[in-house]
Write a protein that binds this ligand. Structure first.
Ligand SMILES: Cc1ncc(COP(=O)(O)O)c(C=O)c1O
Length: 413
């Protein structure tokens, strides 16, 4: 559905861009690759710097003031993150480097707890490699089978497909939002079906947590993985949320440092949550900056972020659909997209499209988007992908359209 005059007016305004130094310092830059990594506001960059300037010490490792302050800042961040995703218990928030590490943690530790010969792990065909390869690896190691949920012609996982989850399934792991197609899965339905089959439900929230209000209680899942760098925080900080019962039952992933209660020559007793899963020195600057990124999003309000980004995604899908030489890969309706729209310029390789757009300072992604099985399933080798965040506005989409018209002219005289 096309945007109304009022909707269009709201995305012509942009009260956010000035907060982001990289964008404010490059007025001509059109950044449409936030699904790969977002930009960061000044307040987040300042928070990371402030950590190193005012409280740099190893959290949990000292009894002096600085270390106590660093520990307090880490735990405040943990509490804010728990609230942000609707988790009741901050001890269920595990800091990692990124969503990939969170998913590796889930796969290895859950796999060792739950998987045996002949068991099954179920994922969807739309998974990013980070929610696919860890399961391939652990299945091979434990003698388990990796099965897939496929998409119908409308890019949805149908109820019939979900009904295929068998009692042999011990783990179901799916993305909430596809990093290629931008479509969302009905996680509540998938989690309910997984539990009915007796399986644990892991959710890859890398493309959803940055864009839509998240409530793990409502989702009904057991684990949620996401990355700070896609939600306005720096690179190198990620999160895995899991239910206390499962986290307590699982063996640790990485070992060493403060993740123990005690160590003897031949064994160790694990520390309580969350330390059990946080081996080695943590990314203090990244943790406080993620805290600040969430404070920034909460200051705007996730409902406002969600509404603006939904309008931007609709405007993007509408603009691309209106170009006769563009094929959208995925649903044409803008309402179906969260953040990303994948497309091709007829007869032009996506890498050529991205390189030519770059000459107009328009940044998009081109390639297989770390989702090779999905692309193969869709009969594609690679695609272009444009993705939006709250700091984009309608002029970015106009500039993309101008750039794409130029690409078409270059290749078609
Ligand atoms: C859906 C999805 N899952 C996982 C990841 C991996 O995130 P990271 O590179 O931050 O580990 C990405 C990154 O693009 C993603 O889009």
């Amino acid at each position: 559905m096309s945007l109304t005059e009022n909707e269009l007016a709201s995305i012509r305004e942009n009260p956010y861009r000035a907060d982001f130094p990289l964008l404010a310092g490059n007025p001509g830059l059109v950044y449409l690759d936030s699904a790969a990594t977002s930009q960061r506001p000044r307040s987040v960059l300042d928070a990371a710097l402030r950590f190193y300037e005012t409280m740099n010490a190893n959290a949990l490792r000292g009894l002096y003031r600085l270390s106590v302050e660093a520990t307090a800042a880490t735990e405040e961040a943990r509490s804010r993150i728990a609230r942000f995703i609707g988790a009741a218990d901050p001890a269920e928030i595990i800091f990692t480097r990124n969503a990939s590490e969170s998913l590796n943690l889930a796969a290895r530790s859950l796999g060792r707890l739950l998987l045996g010969q002949g068991d099954e792990v179920v994922i969807s065909i739309m998974e990013h490699h980070s929610n696919l390869i860890p399961w391939q690896q652990i299945c091979a190691e434990r003698g388990a089978t990796l099965s897939y949920l496929y998409l119908d012609e409308d890019y949805r996982i149908s109820e019939d497909e979900l009904a295929k989850i068998s009692p042999r399934a011990k783990i179901v792991s799916v993305t909430q939002v596809s990093n290629v197609l931008g479509v969302a899965n009905d996680i509540a339905a998938i989690a309910a079906r997984a539990h009915e089959a007796g399986a644990v439900c892991v959710v890859d929230g890398a493309q959803s947590v940055p864009h839509i209000a998240t409530d793990v209680e409502k989702l009904g899942c057991d684990f949620l993985a996401f990355s700070g760098h896609k939600m306005l925080a720096p690179m190198g900080i990620g999160v895995l949320w899991g239910t206390r019962a499962l986290l307590e039952a699982m063996p640790p992933f990485l070992t060493g440092g403060e993740m123990i209660d005690s160590v003897s020559e031949q064994g160790a007793v694990w520390a309580p949550l969350p330390a059990k899963f946080e081996a080695g020195t943590q990314n203090g600057g990244g943790i406080v900056a993620l805290d600040e990124a969430i404070a920034y999003l909460e200051g705007i309000g996730m409902a406002v972020v969600e509404r603006r980004e939904a309008l931007l995604a609709r405007a993007l899908a509408d603009a691309l659909s209106a170009l006769p030489f563009i094929d959208i890969v995925g649903p044409a309706e803008g309402e179906r997209h969260i953040g990303s729209v994948a497309f091709n310029v007829r007869g032009v390789h996506p890498h050529d499209v991205a390189s030519l757009l770059d000459m107009h300072t328009v940044c998009i992604r081109a390639g297989h988007h770390c989702a090779e099985p999905l692309l193969k399933h869709l009969g594609q080798n690679s695609t272009c992908r444009a993705s939006v965040a709250l700091y984009n506005d309608a002029s970015d989409i106009d500039r993309l359209v101008d750039g794409l018209e130029n690409v078409w002219r270059v290749f078609n005289g």
